[in-house]
Write a protein that binds this ligand. Sequence first.
Ligand SMILES: C[S@@+](CC[C@H](N)C(=O)[O-])C[C@H]1O[C@@H](n2cnc3c(N)ncnc32)[C@H](O)[C@@H]1O
Length: 349
Amino acid sequence: MNPPELAAALPYSGCDNPREFLKRLEVRSDPISLALVEIHGRVARKVQEWKPFVCPDIRAAREFTREIVAKAKADFLAERAGGSEALDLCAGPGGDTLALAEHYDVKAVDREVPRIEALKINARLHAGHAVEVIELDVMEAELDADVVHADPGRSGAKDPKRTEPPATELRDMFSEVPHMIEVPPAVKPRPGTVVFSATGEVRSVCWTNLTEKVAAVIAETSAVLEGLPRKPTEALEPEEVRYVIEQDPAVRKANLSWKLAEELNVHPTVVAGEETVLASEDPPDLTVDHVIRVVEVGEEGDGPPTIRSLGVKLNPRRLAELRKTYKEYDIVYVTKAGVLAGKVIYERE
Ligand SMILES: C[S@@+](CC[C@H](N)C(=O)[O-])C[C@H]1O[C@@H](n2cnc3c(N)ncnc32)[C@H](O)[C@@H]1O
């Protein structure tokens, strides 16, 4: 197989590590094969209908917005702002642009040529005439539209003033227009913040002038959690606990666990003053399709259970092996897509 063919095969191999994948096939790990296999693998895990999705490099493959989250963001904008023309600033290879194009004619702006080229192909493949691609520094853009979406580069920035370009400046530029601007996940939610969240580590935290109330949208179900975040105070008796629900990190980070608990009809409790645990006595409907990690659950003294994630990513075959190897650990299941995202559950012996 040549490098592009290897790259195309990776997502179907059940193997997450490109180096391991090449070794298994007894193919030499030259840098080009490795890079292509890694880019393609990353892309394939993030898109469903938008295949093929062209991506110029690994950084772009990491940065583009996952299809399910991009669609939730675009639906949110369209429902609340309406209009027919959207501006997508810092459009990259086009994750958000393609989702916006399902509701709007989109002007998509970015300044990096390889991304612009990828975006043009993706738009042609999946959005027809709805997208106009513009190569420009967004700070110099004198463009208008009915709504504005912006996803500035965050590359590790925790402060919205340090994103590229600064999210604060974008907000000032477009304060009069219905807008949604992505900010680093470290930014604390407050009125006008929306957290979009799917399973696992996906998260997208946005400032918007379209809401005073909505605090989180779970992308997989479009469940909307309204109200401002606060911490739960209710204590939990350890003997009541049979199932623990591991939350999507975005929900936990946004201090929205209490709201998720309400949705799931389970008990929220706080471990060590920080970690919020959701637990329930009733058996949930489990499937093993999307197993993502193994946790060790401990009970110390009279307090609530402690959970230590071993952070293992799994497929069902690996799960079977782990069941044999780690009998003493609890296995965590993610319920099938369609149930609340991030609902990861284990059953005690
Ligand atoms: C997080 S990525 C956007 C990903 C995109 N939303 C997607 O889903 O494909 C940030 C993008 O901002 C672009 N960018 C950063 N500063 C810019 C500027 N001043 N003008 C235009 N684009 C800029 C980068 O080239 C990069 O493609």
